[in-house]
Design a protein around this ligand. Sequence first.
Ligand code: RTP
Ligand code: MG
Length: 147
Amino acid sequence: MERSFLMVKPDGVQRGFIGEIVKRFEQKGFQLVGAKLIQITKEQAELHYAEHTGKDFFERLVTFITSGPAFAMVWEGDQVVALSRIMIGKTNSMDAAPGTIRGDFAVHTNFNLIHGSDSLESAQREIANFFSEQELVSYSKSIQTWI
Ligand code: RTP
Ligand code: MG
């Protein structure tokens, strides 16, 4: 089953959006297999955003993502990588459609609330950067048992 690394960024944590964001992925039908509130280190941030090394916004991005707690998550489900990017919306807040997380709640590209892996390869690398195997839980939902 496909997995993606999703993270409520420091602005999203400070603005109180953890619950709203978790709710959206739960309601879509994806399954949470790992989650924790973390203080990202400079080393983790530089690895996470390695593809942007050297760009003019790189230092600002690392400073922002390490500026306060972030809520790191691993979600599992069919096509979760591509579908979660659609649910997140475009990077630039001006282009993010209403109904997406960024389209509904973000007004600035630098403070766009949430990160989502952009490919299966990125997801594997990003999950390994933030989670150990022991922190990820595989389980089957047996909804019938509980309702
Ligand atoms: P993310 O990795 O954070 O989920 O965002 P993304 O895939 O939508 O966008 P990406 O291209 O990976 O850029 C990472 C973050 O860098 C900031 N950014 N600033 N031209 C700029 O000033 C610029 N371009 C990107 C954004 O905050 C973006 O989320
Ligand atoms: Mg990206």
